[in-house]
Design a protein. Structure first.
Length: 418
């Protein structure tokens, strides 16, 4: 399907389906930032679909036309990401700076507050007593369920109140730079069409564009994990460790990916080089917060995600784990047991069949996170961006198929063969 007509039919299907999704979101979503995103992104996806239609018609008339080639497809992808993610970010950030309070999800506010606390107190976290002293309606925003590195994206807002200091602007810049580095690492060893499809999965796919435009904190984490896999595919375990270590210093979602890549590194006798960055960087990020106020660190990073905080997480998407936890007697224990069982099954698989390639590692990470998201008692649909992107990136992590020598020989003349 992806190879048909140079990948253009799948491009058209992606943009058309995304335009429909954005339009439905603009009309039906109960979240104001999501509705605002849909109103802008729907037009961007529609324009991209029209351009892809023109490219497909051009390909049918002239298959070798540069207007229907990979470079032109990449230009449409860049335009689509600009109009469905970057433009909504700038628009919502400007409206928010002008006084609109419904132009950002809670995580944006949480990250910016954590950046201010990091400057003032040396730790991005409030302790249990400080959170309890907040008005009940503000206690949720008092929690920072991220690793300490995430507070760095809140520092610009702590220094100056302007549209460009919105945390989403810096999430987007970090994501773009990191994905560019990942593409650079794979460009000389991966077919361009396959790599373009992988980039689309991390940018213009609605679950990614919507998340970046309205909240955004997951996209730099995802991009760093993809960069780690790209360095693994290129045979650089040290660089892979640094990339996934930076991701782990931002959010816990990167830690399972680091563990899987550790098994890959061990198969290459590079476990030590990988582990220095992969686990040393998150530990270094945790150390200052641990020394300043270890109780606050535990309250935010452990108790709150485990449902033991003063308030419960709003992540309540109806995946199987949440339905079991809320609909069955002792459902939370049952869901937790299923989650542990899935983790043990993946651990046994890794011990018996450690991934020997970056592509195999991406598949294990993708399916493993998909199972975890499905079974966690508290989760949200937006987390699906991790397994979807990882699974689509797996083909891009494999070396491009070499040209068939026999076909080359048959096409060459006698002088060429001589």
């Amino acid at each position: 399907m992806d190879g048909a007509a140079g990948g253009l039919p799948l491009d058209l299907g992606l943009y058309a389906a995304s335009a429909a999704f954005a339009g439905i979101t603009a009309v039906t979503s109960t979240l104001p930032p999501h509705r605002a995103w849909g109103a802008v992104a729907g037009i961007g996806y529609l324009v991209a679909a029209l351009l892809a239609t023109g490219q497909l018609l051009t390909h049918r008339r002239r298959p070798d036309s540069p207007l229907a080639g990979t470079t032109a497809r990449a230009a449409v992808t860049a335009l689509a990401w600009t109009t469905t993610a970057l433009l909504p970010i700038g628009w919502q950030a400007a409206q928010r700076s002008a006084g609109r309070t419904d132009r950002a999800q809670e995580e944006v506010v949480v990250v910016e507050h954590s950046g201010a606390r990091l400057l003032q107190d040396g730790t991005p976290y409030l302790g249990h007593d400080a959170i309890a002293a907040l008005p009940p309606g503000e206690q949720l925003l008092g929690y920072t369920p991220y690793q300490p590195g995430m507070a760095l994206f809140g520092l610009p807002r702590a220094a100056l109140d302007a549209w460009w200091t919105d945390a989403r602007v810096w999430f987007a810049l970090a994501t773009a730079l990191t994905l560019a580095l990942a593409v650079r690492a794979l460009r000389d060893r991966t077919a361009n069409g396959v790599l373009l499809r992988a980039v689309q999965a991390a940018t213009v796919l609605p679950v990614c564009a919507l998340t970046l435009a309205t909240g955004g904190d997951d996209l730099p984490v995802l991009a760093l994990c993809l960069l780690a896999l790209a360095h693994a595919a290129a045979g650089h375990p040290g660089r892979a460790g640094i990339a996934v270590g930076l991701a782990g210093a931002l959010k816990l979602f990167a830690w399972p990916i680091a563990l899987v890549l550790l098994f890959w590194a061990v198969t290459r006798r590079a476990g030590g080089r990988f582990a220095v960055g992969a686990f040393g960087l998150p530990a270094a990020a945790l150390l200052p917060a641990l020394l300043v106020d270890h109780d606050a660190l535990v309250e935010n990073v452990l108790r709150f995600p485990l449902g033991q905080g003063l308030v419960t997480s709003p992540a309540q998407s109806p995946f199987p784990g949440h339905l079991i936890a809320t609909g069955l007697p002792a459902g939370r224990a049952v869901a937790a047991g299923l989650l542990v069982a899935a983790g043990l099954a993946i651990a046994v698989h890794l011990l018996r069949h450690p991934p020997r390639t970056a592509a195999a590692s991406a598949l294990v990470c993708g399916y493993g996170l998909l199972a975890a998201i499905a079974l966690m008692p508290t989760t949200r649909f937006g987390y699906l961006l991790y397994p979807l992107a990882l699974l689509v990136w797996a083909p891009a992590l494999r070396p491009a198929e070499p040209e068939n020598p026999s076909s080359v020989d048959s096409a060459a003349g006698p002088a060429d063969r001589a």
